[in-house]
Ligand binder design. Sequence first.
Ligand code: MG
Length: 255
Amino acid sequence: MILIKSPSQIEKMRAAGRVLALLLDELEAMIAPGISTHELDVFADSFIRKHGGRAAFKGYTVPGLPPFPAAICTSVNDGIVHGIPSRKTILAEGDIIGVDVGIELDGLYSDTARTYKVGQVSEAASKLLDVTDQALYLGINAARAGNRVGDISHAIESFVRASGYYCADDLTGHGVGLALHEDPMVPNVGMPGRGPRLKEGMTIAIEPMVNIGTNRVIEKGWEFFTADQSLSAHFEHSILITANEAEILSCAGGI
Ligand code: MG
């Protein structure tokens, strides 16, 4: 069932999303050669708590895996999503790192992700980040009341394929709000005009995960990697469906 959020729930989601946007900005200033992904996680966990929230990924469970141990997912280079922060993972010049983070604040959830450059990166890496970020905004642009989920999927997939890249198999966006993951699934590949109809008041997380060389993924416990070890990028926003352009809920909102 796809939930329609009330104005007060939406206001709480704005507040939750604002904390995440501020956090991602803070992390941008910290991300540099020599820092470990563990240090980023410690900062993120404490930042979320200081703002009155709970790191929604920490302790998250799926069948067959131990609870997720960290506040953020850190996926470096060929890591697609769900990378586990570690003292041993030290960022190096030229790396790219995807940081995905969820929060529960005042009973409502928000979820967002951004991929960062570590120092100077290759032209190929830089282009991948641009294409993935643009794919997210094309998906958001297609997310309007009256359209269907497949319109979002198609907007993302067609742009990614035209750019010569691949959407990672079977990894999707999702509804978000009263839980971290709600209906509907929001795939990054699909047919226009298919899937659930979008209505005002729905809140969803759109999250293209784009690989340079292949759509195929390798799973190692929680962590997903590209099957050919090519680079992967990930950008995500939680948004509110309106009659016109969607409202991005995971943004700093001028604060
Ligand atoms: Mg998500």
